[in-house]
Design a binder for this molecule. Structure first.
Ligand code: ADP
Length: 357
């Protein structure tokens, strides 16, 4: 049902390589299809947002109108693409999928927009990465369903207005802060997805285990949920790895023992942090005395793009209180020192904090 218009490398993709090195994209896509909930009822958690979306869908269907434009934001792997798919299904329309960096120029966007039927959904992932000329070109398309297309060259250049069939734009972003105000304001609905609490992840894990035909007990699911970084995508990947270990090293069942063994092998610790998280905190503490240190410096020290640090690693470390943000950069918190078994050198941090104001 979904049509892909262009592809691109995103910070999410590098995070994929991270937990399960060597897994090909097609493998990831195959399992995505198995795990992806097909309706709002199947989509676990995020109850408040789901309730609202049900109302918007019912109202639009009743009025026989397209859905209003929707902005979905939040860290990678929390269900933005899944929700776009579900909305298309619930509205009974087609979904076109693309991403900010894939729309290189206005021509690409014109090609996509003119193919949309009335009510179709255009999903633009990483919408904050649209180039400014394309973004401006998008404004009249989403506001009045028309675009101005240039024809001819030089003295013969002309601009003609094309009417589009009313459609719905669903934009997804990991960073609302990078979205321009005019673009943000053009979305009638804005939904921010947060990390999932362990109870919801537990339900996602049980559901995924069932879909894979993997027997799983409560304790195993609960333990895995506490290690999945509040993120369904991570939970699903871990389920697949647990299945491997359960089949080869265990009795074929996902229990606490197998979960523990799998996580240990993958370097995922009790707080759900993996090697990269611990490296980030370790560098911050050992090379920069706990900070504050700018994100560029951290990125260089870790040999990772800045976007990856900000989109993939930091949100969970911040949410869990391992990392703090100050106007002068990132700092390691007491919890980070304790987690790595290091002495907390808090005084210096406190003094620095004091000097800031
Ligand atoms: P995003 O677009 O935010 O990066 P995705 O929509 O691709 O995230 O979700 C990643 C994976 O997690 C998919 O396989 C999806 O099926 C699963 N998933 C995400 N949210 C949920 C949810 N609420 N319930 C069940 N599975 C989910």
């Amino acid at each position: 049902m979904a049509k892909k218009a262009g592809a691109s490398e995103s910070p999410e993709e590098s995070s994929e390589a991270r937990l399960v090195g060597g897994v090909t994209q097609s493998d990831e896509e195959r399992f995505d299809r198995i795990f992806r909930p097909g309706s709002l009822d199947d989509f676990v958690g995020q109850e408040k947002h789901k309730d609202n979306l049900r109302v918007y869908v019912a109202a639009a269907r009743k009025r026989k109108e397209p859905l209003d434009h929707i902005l979905l934001s939040g860290p990678p792997g929390l269900g933005k693409t899944t929700l776009a798919n579900i909305l298309a299904k619930e509205m009974g329309v087609k979904l076109f999928v693309t991403s900010g960096p894939a729309i290189e120029h206005k021509g690409v966007l014109t090609g996509i927009l003119t193919r949309l039927e009335r009510g179709d959904i255009l999903f633009i992932d990483e919408i904050h990465r649209l180039n400014p000329a394309v973004e401006e070109f998008l404004y009249p398309a989403i506001e009045d369903f028309r675009i101005d297309v240039a024809t001819g060259d030089g003295a013969f250049a002309e601009s003609i207005t094309l009417d589009l069939r009313p459609f719905t734009l669903v934009g997804a972003t990991t960073r609302t802060g990078l979205l321009t105000k005019p673009l943000q304001e053009r979305f009638g609905v804005s939904i921010r997805l947060d990390f999932y609490p362990p109870e919801e992840l537990e339900r996602i894990i049980e559901r995924s285990a069932l879909l894979l035909g993997l027997d799983c007990d409560r304790e195993g699911a609960r333990m895995l949920a506490s290690r999945a970084r509040g993120t369904p995508r991570v939970a699903n990947r871990l389920v697949r790895r647990v299945r491997d270990f359960a089949e080869v090293k265990g009795s074929g069942k996902m229990d606490a023992h197998i979960v523990e063994m799998t996580c240990e092998r993958l370097g995922v610790d009790k707080s759900g942090l993996d090697e990269m998280d611990r490296r980030l905190l370790g560098i911050l503490i050992e090379h920069y005395e706990g900070g504050p240190v700018g994100v560029e410096t951290l990125a260089a020290a870790l040999a990772e793009p800045r976007d990856t640090i900000e989109d993939v690693y930091e949100p969970y470390l911040l949410q869990q209180g391992f990392l703090g943000r100050t106007p002068r950069g990132r700092i390691a918190t007491r919890r980070a020192y304790e987690h790595l078994g290091l002495d907390y050198r808090g005084e210096r941090g406190d003094t620095r904090q004091g000097n800031l104001f």
